[in-house]
Design a protein around this ligand. Sequence first.
Ligand code: SF4
Length: 322
Amino acid sequence: MELTFNVRRGDGRTKDATYQAYHVDVEPETSVFEALVKVREEQDGTLAFRGNCAVGFCGDCTMLVNGRQEVTCLTTVSKALKDDAIKIDPIPYAPTVKDVMYDAKRFIWDKVNSFSPGVVFNGAGWGGAQAVTDDDLRPVRRAMRCTMCGICDQGCTVIDVNLDFKGPAALTKVYRYVFDPRDGRAKERVVEAGETNGVWDCVHCWEASDHCPFDIDPTHRIMDLRDRSVRLGVKSGTGNRQAARHYNAFERSVENHGWLDERNVAIQSYGGLIKGGLKMMPTGLAALRRGKANLLPHPKRPGASAIKALFARYREVTRTER
Ligand code: SF4
């Protein structure tokens, strides 16, 4: 079949998009990546894009195909085709080096490498060998299939406003080590992941999971990391006390009142009555003016004592689990 690729060209600094058309004759089942390789080999050796394994293993060939993030070696031209043409753009959020080639180091690998790498053997197994069964590894099997394609980061609503957020891809990598039964550094890893821009900055919008083409469910992996952190007694990173304060204030509010006292949680999260009160003053005054807050003590919900009992039971159970 004959089709047209409209590929964005430029040196990465150009603001106005210019598209170059390439006409190519390929089979319908040819992948978008292979078709672009054909263009580069037969028509234009200057066309720049990323790609490596061509079998969906390395996740390197991610591009915007007709406006959708795709792992292009797994996307056939027949599936991608729209009005006899395929428009190719670089992925957003990642700096573009040239044409549709993105800077993978800055986009994803610097974030991954900011965490401790590799499994650090914990001594479990026979005579020090890292012997694990298939069942032992089951919790991390799914995360081990992550290709680092970064499509979850492209869908992330936090990265959309804060490029420094570590993002679901890098945090999925942390999960993969924390939940590996052979690893002995879980506590240090969740402390690292709890620093600013880490797990506690996720707003659980679930877009990352919706975007992942490999069903890794990265948002869930972040929630699992939070859960493991708390179970290990770690509620934040050492330089990110706000997350722990928020966590504790939230918990105390529900435990004591049976529901959330948002006013007090905000004040406590920012450092207590004086520091947090001053910080929240403009927001608080605006909320008072609009009738969205009042100065009355926070009332207890009916049944608050039952909720308190649930907390007590939860503490008893988690104490024995740790
Ligand atoms: S979690 Fe999914 S979308 Fe994110 S990098 Fe891994 S494979 Fe790609």
